[in-house]
Write a new protein. Structure first.
Length: 261
């Protein structure tokens, strides 16, 4: 005979089991936790959309400067995959035992000189256009990413030093905490331009409204970009990692003007 106590116990047990199942379902539905350099956002968002369309779970991507992300990983934030703009940060984490291996170089980056409408900098002339504006005393504010945590900022400093422009432009520099912030500043009418991550601009609506020139590869040290799985990475993170290395993943990176290894 079924008693009311038995019914109540059955209801309680069912509720508990349902809650456990629901919690397990939510956990299972979480996508891979990815740490990615900020300049990757347009390309990586497109890759994530394609990954989901093929049946993968939506990645949870945190964008910031590579140096900031490297520090957060070292502090124990539970990322599963790290895509850095500078391979050095991944190799440091590998030596500290935080990645599964040395990872792989997935792309090389490029810098572009950009200038908003009305700027005295003739960006189409490359760094010589910046030099001419500096010599005329017409440069007020010029944006680059912070050379400390942001690899594209380090590359910008390298390019300016090689062109012997660093001392002249330094009083006018405004540093963005990452490549995305620097690009937004460089495109603002309050600035005279900047040296920014080319993949952030490639294919964007901004190209029809600003002057720009992609710097030649020899203008600065190579921006070798490496990614690696972190210890504890789940199968979803591994799937996304493999997708980025697949032919389709490489095609998406190429669309955003990354140089592929």
């Amino acid at each position: 005979m079924v008693t009311m106590r038995g019914v109540r116990c059955g209801i309680f047990a069912g509720a508990v089991l349902g809650a456990v199942a629901l919690a397990g379902g939510v956990q299972a539905a979480e996508g891979p936790r990815v740490a990615a350099a900020s300049h990757l956002q347009p390309a990586l968002d497109a890759a994530a959309d394609r990954f989901v369309a093929r049946g993968g779970l939506p990645p949870k991507i945190s964008y910031a400067s590579s140096g900031n992300l490297r520090w957060r990983i070292a502090r124990g934030e539970p990322f599963e995959l790290f895509l850095s703009a500078d391979e050095g940060y991944v190799l440091e984490l590998f030596r500290e035992g935080r990645t599964e291996d040395r990872g792989v170089i997935y792309a090389e980056g490029r810098l572009a000189l950009v200038a908003p409408p009305g700027s005295p900098v003739e960006a189409a002339a490359g760094l010589e256009g910046l030099r001419a504006a500096l010599e005329r005393g017409e440069v007020r504010r010029f944006a680059v990413a912070d050379p400390g945590p942001a690899p594209y900022g380090a590359a910008a400093r390298d390019a300016l030093e090689r062109a012997r422009l660093w001392e002249a432009v330094e009083p006018h520099l405004v540093f963005g905490e990452n490549a995305s912030r620097a690009a937004r500043s460089a495109l603002s009418p309050r600035y005279d331009g900047g040296l920014v991550a080319w993949p952030l601009l490639a294919g964007s609506r901004w190209l029809d409204m600003v002057q720009y020139q992609v710097l030649p590869r020899e203008a600065h040290a190579p921006i070798r970009q490496r990614m690696a799985l972190l210890h504890g990475a789940g199968e979803d993170a591994r799937d996304f990692y493999r997708f980025l290395l697949s032919e389709r993943g490489r095609e998406i990176l190429a669309l955003y003007e990354f140089d592929l290894p």
